[in-house]
Design a protein around this ligand. Structure first.
Ligand code: PMP
Length: 401
């Protein structure tokens, strides 16, 4: 059967990348991987989760834990998030919070909510690959969100052609893939631009809690509330996640925004999966209530040491002409190589001869540019592995320049 005759046109943009194929090799034990942007499983609060699941299944709460539930999410968890949002300068109520199956689902829903075929999404150049993947299903055009230039709202609107610009999407703190943080002035400028264009802002705060140093910056949504008085008057939708702080496997994230948006997305969630796993939400609520801050402090200490080690190793082993970011948190360092070096070719060679994996940067550019860039993650490799892996990579890149 020719399934392609049957598949809807939106699937044309949903393709497995060649990188994904290469990265399948990562299961091999002798590979040092800086590729996946994932937490170190040794740092999961596993005992706390074991106790929390056991508690959820006790006779008083097991009916709640195992029964169907409301699409908005488990109320005590939404209440915990309301407290967390308040700490970040985002006063809101439970009605402004929707629990999603990871923040990835929030990105999918927001694409589905706003994008008609041919509408424009403004994204970073580069941006989070998974956001492009989520939005691609809705067949948008992409334009480069670049608040550092003085490009006018009229120019963005004109570039959208027949469609309309619908939103600006940003990974704001220690971004995936660059590790960069959008500074206060740029955050304000994005709000100005969104006001002028009359579009939404999607603030992806997946790494927000993982700041190792420097002053925490108020989220875009907090700044917009300062200007407009209440969350329900705001155009920014904040997407949070427990994946990088507690555990990604439970698939618990959230959206926080104007109630009108949340109410509409609740209908979408009802239609898509009814609700996210209640027992997982209960376990997250229990563990977050007991030890969110102390657990986050523990993992930040470990990731910070790995970041420091990777930065020193890069300093020691990279040749002239290679530059990299110095993230104040998160999981990623972004490298720019001399323009003639193709990072995808380099990966193929690296897997063959040096046995070190990373993600070639072009995948993070909506237009496939950035072929001389690469993303390194420091979250999952111990310090000795970082030294060895960067030394090998340095050797390979030195030979290539
Ligand atoms: N946003 C960013 C920037 C990410 O890096 C990730 C995970 N890699 C996600 C969202 C999605 O994470 P989750 O669905 O696990 O919350």
């Amino acid at each position: 059967m020719d399934w392609h005759q049957i598949f809807a046109a939106r699937n044309d943009r949903m393709k497995a990348s060649e990188i994904r194929e290469l990265l399948k090799l990562l299961d091999q034990p002798d590979i040092i991987s800086f590729a996946g942007g994932i937490p170190d499983p040794d740092l999961f609060p596993a005992q706390a989760f074991q106790d929390a699941f056991s508690q959820a299944l006790n006779p008083d709460t097991q009916a709640t834990a195992l029964q169907y539930s409301v699409s908005e999410g488990y109320a005590p968890l939404r209440d915990w998030i309301v407290g967390e949002m308040a700490r970040l300068g985002i006063p809101c109520t439970r009605d402004n919070i929707l629990i999603t199956s990871g923040s990835q689902q929030a990105l999918d829903y927001l694409g589905k909510l706003m994008l008609n075929v041919g509408d424009t999404a403004l994204v970073g150049w580069p941006t989070y690959l998974g956001a492009l993947g989520a939005f691609n299903a809705y067949e948008p055009r992409y334009d480069r969100l670049d608040p550092e230039t003085n490009r006018s709202a009229a120019d963005y609107a004109k570039a959208a052609g027949k469609g309309r610009v619908k939103f600006a999407y940003m990974s704001v703190d220690f971004a995936n893939p660059t590790g960069r943080t959008l500074d206060a002035q740029m955050r304000e400028r994005v709000i100005d631009l969104a006001d002028e264009l009359d579009i939404a802002v999607i603030e992806d705060a997946a790494y927000q809690s993982l700041r190792f140093e420097g002053e925490a910056l108020a989220p875009v949504l907090a700044r917009e509330i300062e200007r407009k008085g209440s969350i329900d008057a705001c155009r920014t939708i904040y997407c949070g996640s427990f994946s990088k702080t507690l555990a990604p496997g439970l698939r618990v994230g959230w959206m926080c925004g104007a109630q009108e948006v949340i109410d509409q997305v609740v209908l979408m969630k009802q239609a898509a999966d009814l609700h996210s796993s209640t027992i997982n939400q209960m376990a997250i609520a229990t563990v977050a209530n007991a030890q969110f801050d102390s657990h986050v402090a523990t993992i930040k200490k470990a990731y910070r040491a790995r970041r420091d080690r990777m930065l020193s190793a890069l300093e020691a082993h990279m040749p002239e002409g290679v530059t990299w970011t110095r993230p104040e948190g998160g999981m990623f360092i972004w490298l720019e190589l001399p323009t003639q070096i193709n990072a995808a070719d380099l990966l193929a060679q690296s897997l063959k001869t040096e046995r070190v994996a990373f993600v070639p940067g072009h995948a993070f550019f909506a237009d496939g540019s950035g072929t001389n860039t690469m993303r390194l993650s420091f979250s999952r490799t111990d310090e000795a592995g970082i030294d060895e892996g960067i030394a090998r990579l340095g050797r390979l890149i030195t030979a290539a320049v």
